[in-house]
Design a binder for this molecule. Structure first.
Ligand code: BGC
Length: 368
């Protein structure tokens, strides 16, 4: 298991601060080498673009604010954009193109659709910008320079394990009936979370200790387009009607908090006992629900740390240094292995909710 904490320190030397504005650094990422470190850097007040997906969960809203403030504090000009709620891919493609045209030196992208950005990323790269994938990997492009994220496979493993632990704590012996949900199919993370969870759940399913009573075990059958709460609620309503007339539902694998709360709304609406439901993102309403004893768990992927590490990368690039990475092997995007800075996610249940958010001024008061 990887154990990295957000300890990266990027030193910016005075000499590096004088670095010349670097345009036209060309396609130096094509070789698949470590990228960055092309001792050139760029002007300290350069434009940095941040293209985020639609606001499908609180973490994206927070990230936008943190990037705007953090980049400005570091002396950069910041252009932070969100894709719209419906035409997400086209919006984001146009935003990245506009950032490139405006001369952004680094473009940070939280991809709406992992597989639909290769053209825009290639153009940005050719214009001399460095491209950083934020939270979600961008696939099938040799022009992506860096990836910064929480270990999202580990997120899935923690969810799968918590689901098993939570069910066992409630009812010592199985078999346990569960249902599986996954995120939006265009988000590369959705499959990563699901595979991580199945890495833990599949052996128990194979042994018969855990039963997916609907039979819907494939990621395609479990996907919720656009990470929409209403999609999850509708699917749970259907599953309850089709499968849980008399059967007991012990647990639900939910990939994030937004969907977890929608699943709980459905179950409560049907007058069924509350099953063990997983989540992710430490959203305010879900933390409250955990404290109340309804949602079983969430994942803490502290957005403040992820944005901080990303801005550290931008600062290093500005200074002409190679950004700090801690994984140069795991993230093959289909075209190259992408240099990655990975942070560790933390599982949170009622048992550790107080300590988990002790340093979070927004969440700590909710746990008292
Ligand atoms: C993020 C999750 C989030 C989901 C929906 C994923 O890519 O990693 O934290 O819940 O998007 O917004």
């Amino acid at each position: 298991m990887r154990k990295f904490f957000g300890t990266s320190v990027v030193a910016i030397s005075a000499a590096a601060m004088l670095a010349l504005a670097g345009c036209g650094s060309g396609r130096d990422g094509d070789s698949g080498s470590s990228g960055g470190g092309d001792a050139k850097g760029f002007a300290a007040n350069s434009l940095i673009g941040v293209a985020l997906p639609a606001k499908t969960s609180e973490n994206w809203v927070l990230a936008g604010d943190l990037f705007s403030n953090g980049l400005k504090e570091a002396g950069f000009q910041a252009d932070v954009q969100y894709a719209g709620a419906s035409t997400t891919v086209a919006d984001q493609q146009a935003q990245i193109t506009a950032m490139t045209t405006k001369g952004a030196k680094v473009i940070v992208i939280g991809a709406t659709d992992a597989a639909q950005l290769a053209t825009q990323v290639a153009a940005a790269h050719a214009a001399g910008a460095k491209v950083i994938a934020y939270d979600r990997l961008i696939t099938n492009t040799p022009d992506l320079d860096y990836y910064v994220a929480f270990d999202n496979f580990k997120v899935g493993q923690l969810q799968g394990q918590a689901l098993l632990d939570g069910m066992k704590a409630k009812k010592p012996n199985g078999p346990y009936n569960i249902e599986l949900f996954s995120g939006s199919p265009d988000d590369n993370n959705a499959g990563v979370f699901f595979n991580g969870a199945m890495d833990v759940l599949k052996p128990e399913i194979d042994k018969g200790n855990v039963v997916v009573a609907s039979g819907q075990k494939d990621v395609k059958q479990t996907a919720i387009q656009g990470w929409k709460a209403e999609g999850a609620q509708a699917r749970m309503d259907q599953l309850l009607t089709s499968t849980y007339g008399s059967k007991e539902l012990d647990g639900v694998l939910s990939p994030n908090d937004t969907l977890a709360r929608a699943i709980l709304t459905s179950v409560k609406g049907a007058g069924k006992p509350i099953p063990v439901v997983t989540g992710q993102d430490s959203e305010v309403e879900s933390v409250k629900s955990i404290v109340k004893g309804e949602q079983y768990m969430t994942i803490n992927k502290d957005t403040r740390n992820l944005v901080k590490e990303t801005i550290n990368m931008v600062k290093a690039l500005q200074a002409g240094n190679a950004p700090q990475v801690n994984d140069t092997k795991s993230y093959n995007n289909g075209s190259k292995v992408v240099d990655t800075f990975l942070l560790p996610p933390v599982a949170v249940t009622k048992a550790n909710v107080v300590e988990a958010y002790a340093n979070d001024p927004k969440l700590a008061p909710l746990t008292k």
